[in-house]
Design a protein around this ligand. Structure first.
Ligand SMILES: Nc1ncnc2c1ncn2[C@@H]1O[C@H](COP(=O)(O)OP(=O)(O)O)[C@@H](O)[C@H]1O
Ligand SMILES: N[C@@H](CC(=O)OP(=O)(O)O)C(=O)O
Length: 458
């Protein structure tokens, strides 16, 4: 049995859904179909999830929502009309969209979560109707009925482990189950979503729950490439990579697959196959527990992400002060803030955060409270901060990778603000300025892929 997830780009229009239908029909092992909300049809288009976010904001601010709700209905109408779905089946979808503001929500964060989740929920209902009309034995399965219960964080929920036993009851389904991605319910029955891009997470959870042999993740690229293809034309395609490699790369910017989706796949040891809806015969990329090393390429992938910021603090004799780390971490904990990394020196400490957790007021509060607690000689936030990651299982036993990387970056005059090697055996992390990020990825790609290619050819 396979779990198969289609991203927003694969479901953006009726012509894309035709391809999805053909893919599902082509393999009777594809029994669990996870769907995202309709995504972008062309460059500059808006994803339905983003339209729903606008709709939620206008509702919260008591603005006129006629235009935005019509725009959302139109996206479902185009898909439904493309398959001649009867009005009797489309009308409840439109009514649900129009009635979203009339429902009761505990507060605005649950309102936002419920609005966003309807992108997936209504699309899964529509896709199930299209499948049935095309003769497939398919039905919609709501995350509630599937048994998926998540933590009570409306926009960044985590699956609760007991969900897996309930999901197991759906194993070996005869029917094709069409399940919306991206959301589930907390213990009070309220909708909470995963973080953005989280339909990948639903797919991995269902794959683990029903003990799938494979999790196929269909998107709009032929493979996961060694670098983001928007930076380098036709970069090297990765045919196989390990879970650990992909987790580090997706965390640092490979948006093609959500980093949190790897955890259920690892726990269930389920091979993930990233494939292209527009080119399903291409083998795509396999993500699995182990892989064959290729000695010519010590590096598997290079990623960068600007969604980080750092808090720098200097205090003389920082290394001698007992309890300093605890005082800082307690302040962060009191504000429900997690940190990503914390490299330290003799007198200096840098704490790297996911920028989305912070805002100017909170930053000032943190500076004030940390200053009162430890009296630093210098303390400030730095937002011009990107993380650059060089990842590869083969780096583990190789000498000189750091030297090659640092030289390639220096040759392009790229300043290193932070270097972190050692915490992970399979990656090197650099902190650099945002403005250098793209050039840094290209410089490292040329060093580790173009040079290796030339050597292999000669
Ligand atoms: N290393 C990479 N390899 C392939 N695609 C990547 C990579 N890094 C970023 N991407 C981007 O990820 C996109 C696919 O992810 P996403 O937009 O979330 O698709 P979907 O709509 O299927 O969920 C690709 O179109 C590409 O622009
Ligand atoms: N629709 C949600 C969840 C998701 O996973 O979407 P996509 O598969 O289009 O990345 C989002 O935009 O965040």
């Amino acid at each position: 049995m396979k779990v198969i997830k289609f991203g927003g780009s694969s479901l953006a229009s009726s012509s894309q859904l035709q391809k999805v239908l053909a893919i599902v029909e082509a393999d009777d092992q594809r029994k669990y179909v996870i769907v995202s909300a309709p995504g972008k049809r062309f460059d500059g288009d808006t994803k339905v999830t983003d339209l729903l976010i606008q709709y939620a904001r206008q509702t919260i601010h008591h603005q006129d929502t006629t235009a935005i709700s019509t725009a959302i209905c139109d996206r479902y109408a185009e898909i439904g009309h493309g398959f001649n779905v009867p009005a009797a089946q489309l009308e409840p979808i439109f009514a649900t969209i129009r009635d979203l503001p009339k429902q009761e929500y505990a507060d605005n964060s649950y309102l936002m979560a419920a609005f966003k989740a309807h992108g997936e929920r209504l699309n899964a209902q529509l896709v199930a109707a299209v499948f049935q009309q095309s003769g497939l034995n398919a039905r919609y399965l709501d995350p509630h009925d599937a048994g998926m219960v998540v933590t009570d964080v409306p926009d960044d929920a985590q699956i609760i482990d007991s969900s897996y036993d309930r999901l197991a009851k759906w194993a070996d389904s005869d029917q094709i189950l069409v399940i919306p991605g991206f959301f589930a319910y907390n213990r009070n029955g309220q909708i909470c979503t995963f973080s953005r891009g989280g339909s990948d997470i639903t797919g991995a959870i269902v794959a683990r729950g029903v003990h799938a042999e494979r999790y196929e993740n269909f998107t709009d690229v032929d493979a996961i490439y060694a670098v983001n293809p928007s930076l380098v034309p036709q970069p090297a395609a990765i045919t196989e990579m390990t879970f650990r490699e992909m987790r580090e790369l997706s965390y640092a910017g490979f948006s093609v697959f959500h980093d949190e989706a790897l955890i259920p796949a690892i726990q269930g040891n389920i091979t993930v196959n990233v494939k292209n809806t527009n080119h399903p015969e291409a083998p795509g990329t396999l993500i699995k527990s182990t892989r064959q090393p290729n000695p010519d390429y010590p590096v598997t992938g290079i990623a960068s992400s600007s969604s980080f910021c750092s808090l720098y603090l200097r205090k003389y004799l920082l290394n001698k002060e007992v309890g300093l780390g605890r005082k800082i971490l307690t302040i962060l904990e009191n504000h429900h803030i997690s940190y990503e990394h914390m490299p330290s020196g003799i007198d200096d400490l840098t704490i790297i955060f996911d920028e989305h957790q912070l805002n100017p007021d909170l930053e000032q509060t943190l500076i004030d409270e940390i200053s009162a607690a430890i009296h630093p000689d210098e303390i400030h936030f730095n937002h011009d901060y990107s993380i650059l990651m060089l990842v590869g299982e083969n780096m583990r036993n190789r000498v000189g990778i750091m030297s090659r990387a640092a030289t390639a970056l220096a040759d392009h005059n790229i300043k290193l603000i932070m270097v972190n090697q050692g915490a992970s055996e399979i990656s090197i992390m650099f902190g650099i300025h945002d403005r250098d990020a793209d050039q840094a990825v290209i410089a490292l790609y040329n060093e580790f892929f173009q040079t290796a290619k030339l050597m292999a050819e000669n």
